[in-house]
Write a protein that binds this ligand. Structure first.
Ligand code: GCU
Length: 327
């Protein structure tokens, strides 16, 4: 009997050692095209993981939405069919309403302010909360500020948006925001926005400069108005099912590699934003910048989102608004 027990224990030990030193190939989904700053960040993450595990853990990056649209890839992460997704955070608000608070209009005075908030205990606390939804949040990525772009009508005030059909993410917050501006929101998956603009299913979209340019939306919606209504950061998330299969050391390597990839993503972000603006204009699109007063007119219309979306999350909202930035 004792012998059997010893044998069982020994084989368990050998087995767990084999698992911890396991070689694996994991998959990461991104709905942006090859060369896009988030894909550059994801590839840096993959490179660091491979290097730091001596090639034991490989991550294949699948850009361009080939593993599915954003919402479906998040679900696949929850049940373990995909290991990682680089995603915008609003589609996660269905199961983590704090994501809506982080995406409220006019919330962060600057990009740097936003990053310091996200990389502080505030952001870490939100990532921790995702575990209940089967998700391990690894690191935040930059996605600049979002603005409107239209197919025909030039926009300089919220009144100009009235009656337009505007594509939004699959997000209640973004639907409410567009409605508050007097337009009709139409949720459409990112990969289908180009044809929705081209065929006139929608009159406008809203996103950052790289999103607009590197998905060729400037060809079919060439009027970009830099109203900068909100900032919606992005995340690299991981399936908790995959996470739980890893040794503690490998978990640490993965988390750190993701965090370390952020710098490369942010650099690529800044570079590609400038490039997108320049190339879009060279290719015939127009960019309208607004005065602070003109921008404020958009913000005034959407202030009503604050009470609705911070209900039950007042402490979180206040901690963001009162956050003390480090130099
Ligand atoms: C951003 C983000 C995408 C997202 C898109 C959208 O560009 O990078 O992940 O899908 O917004 O508006 O849907």
């Amino acid at each position: 009997m004792k012998k059997v027990l010893v044998l069982v224990l020994a084989s368990l030990l050998i087995f767990s050692f084999a698992v911890s030193a396991q070689e694996m190939t994991l998959r990461l989904a991104d709905n942006q095209p090859e060369g896009y700053p988030t894909v550059v960040g994801a590839k840096e993450f993959a490179r660091l993981v491979e290097e730091r595990t001596d090639g034991r853990i490989k991550i294949e990056v699948y850009p361009g939405g080939i593993l599915g649209d954003e919402s479906s890839t998040i679900e696949q992460v929850q049940f373990g069919a995909i290991d990682f997704v680089r995603t915008s955070i609003t589609p996660m608000a269905n199961f983590e309403p704090a994501m809506n608070v982080l995406s409220l209009p006019d919330l962060y005075p600057s990009e740097e302010y936003m990053f310091q908030v996200l990389q502080s205990e505030i952001g870490e606390g939100i990532l921790e909360g995702l575990k209940d939804a089967g998700i391990v949040g690894l690191t935040w990525y930059d996605a600049g500020a979002r603005s409107f772009y239209t197919a025909d009508k030039k926009v300089t005030s919220p009144e100009d948006l009235e009656g337009l059909r505007i594509r939004v993410q699959e997000s209640q917050l973004m639907m409410d925001m567009v409605e508050a501006l007097g337009a009709s929101p139409t949720p459409i998956a990112w990969g289908e926005v180009y044809s929705a603009l081209q065929t006139g299913v929608v009159d406008a979209g809203e996103n950052n400069y790289p999103g607009w340019y590197y998905n060729s939306h400037h060809e079919v919606a060439p009027n970009f108005v830099e109203d900068e209504h909100n900032r919606i950061p992005e995340l690299i998330i991981m399936s908790k099912i995959t996470w739980d299969k890893l040794s503690a050391e490998d978990q640490k390597i993965i988390k750190q590699a993701a965090v370390d990839s952020t710098e490369v993503q942010r650099e690529a972000w800044d570079k590609r934003t400038e490039e997108a603006k320049k190339l879009a204009v060279e290719e015939g699109a127009t960019i309208t910048t607004l005065t602070p007063e003109q921008k404020q007119a958009f913000q005034d219309k959407v202030k009503g989102l604050y009470p609705k979306y911070s209900e039950g999350y007042e402490d979180l909202l206040n901690s963001i608004l009162n956050f003390e930035m480090e130099e």
